[in-house]
Design a binder for this molecule. Structure first.
Ligand SMILES: *Cc1c(COP(=O)(O)O)cnc(C)c1O
Length: 217
């Protein structure tokens, strides 16, 4: 019998292909709070990219999983403190939450020391919400220039969590425009509740947790 995790992954992949067979949308399975056994079932179902939102939790689950499956790609999708940068760089392939200059400096310095060139996405506060992390859209060009030209960071894309709303498409379209303006290859947007709209608006990565692994406690 097919396990629900495999069924869920296959259903989302079908949604991606049905929308546009030529649009390459990468599915990131968000495994935060879920045990390694669940992650192994997703890997067995062919899942290659995963997301975690806490460095400490990822350090407890992922070193062994990555050793056994070196082809996997792990994304950090939660806030990063400067004192965790070295640990984050040891484990994550992509950091999607670059959201301030002091963090850009810390990543640049430690990546150089460690001989790494991590892929980074700038987190954008697309709804200008005071309680949310991310660079304001108006400040994005300057922040990108700083990261790219001054700190020589490998900025590959943008990531955002839009405000709760009936129609996230407005925000997804605004993000697509920002991505195109900066000529970045990647755009990470869309979660369990709104990924079809994100795909329709040109996401290159969708981040799906509960729709794959079930609800979290
Ligand atoms: C938890 C989380 C997700 C996945 O959320 P679901 O609604 O469970 O799909 C995606 N992105 C970020 C940044 C998250 O923290």
């Amino acid at each position: 019998m097919t396990h629900y995790i495999e069924k869920n992954i296959n259903a989302i992949k079908k949604d991606i292909v049905n929308h546009d067979p030529s649009q390459k949308v990468n599915l990131i399975a968000v495994s935060k709070t879920k045990p390694a056994e669940d992650i192994k079932l997703a890997i067995a179902a062919g899942q290659k990219e995963f997301g975690e939102n806490k460095v400490q939790e990822a350090l407890e689950k992922w070193p062994d999983l990555k050793k056994e499956n070196p082809e996997l790609i792990l994304h950090l999708i939660g806030p990063l403190q400067k004192n965790k940068v070295r640990k984050a760089l040891s484990l994550f392939d992509v950091i999607q939450t670059l959201d301030r200059a002091s963090l850009a400096q810390a990543i640049a310095r430690i990546a150089e020391e460690e001989g790494k060139k991590p892929e980074l996405y700038i987190q954008v506060n697309i709804g200008n919400e005071p309680q949310k992390a991310g660079i304001a859209p108006e400040a994005l060009q300057d922040f990108f220039d700083y990261c790219h030209h001054e700190e020589k960071l490998n900025i590959k894309g943008l990531m955002a969590i839009p405000p709760q709303s009936d129609d996230a498409s407005v925000y997804f379209r605004a993000l697509k425009e920002l991505q195109l303006k900066l000529k970045l290859p990647e755009l990470s947007m869309g979660m369990s509740s709104d990924y079809p709209q994100a795909i329709a608006c040109g996401a290159t990565h969708i981040r799906i947790g509960s729709q794959i692994f079930g609800t979290r406690n």
